[in-house]
Design a protein. Structure first.
Length: 94
């Protein structure tokens, strides 16, 4: 939405979203050991919850009874991101 070209948008998405999402998702450092702004970043990226669901499902064979908090958090983040993106999207004239 802020970029002038598709190439700029792809690079901006990689720098602004993908890199922090991987860094703070718990893949390299557990989210429970993060403090301050890093903890907050770990909590607002959906990859944190998606990773806990994936690891719990495929490696630990956990069921819905254990994973439901992460599923609810992922759904809430998806709804918030959708509402914010719809509100910020410019209307196009036909």
């Amino acid at each position: 939405m802020f970029a002038t070209s598709q190439t700029a948008a792809i690079f901006a998405a990689a720098i602004i979203a993908i890199l922090p999402a991987v860094q703070f998702s718990g893949m390299f450092v557990p989210v429970s050991s993060l403090t301050g702004g890093a903890w907050l970043a770990g909590k607002i990226f959906p990859s944190t919850y998606f990773q806990s669901i994936s690891v719990g499902t495929f490696t630990k064979a956990l069921g819905l009874a254990v994973l439901w908090p992460s599923i609810v958090a992922l759904a809430v983040i998806a709804i918030v991101y959708f509402v914010v993106s719809a509100a910020l999207l410019k209307k196009q004239e036909a």
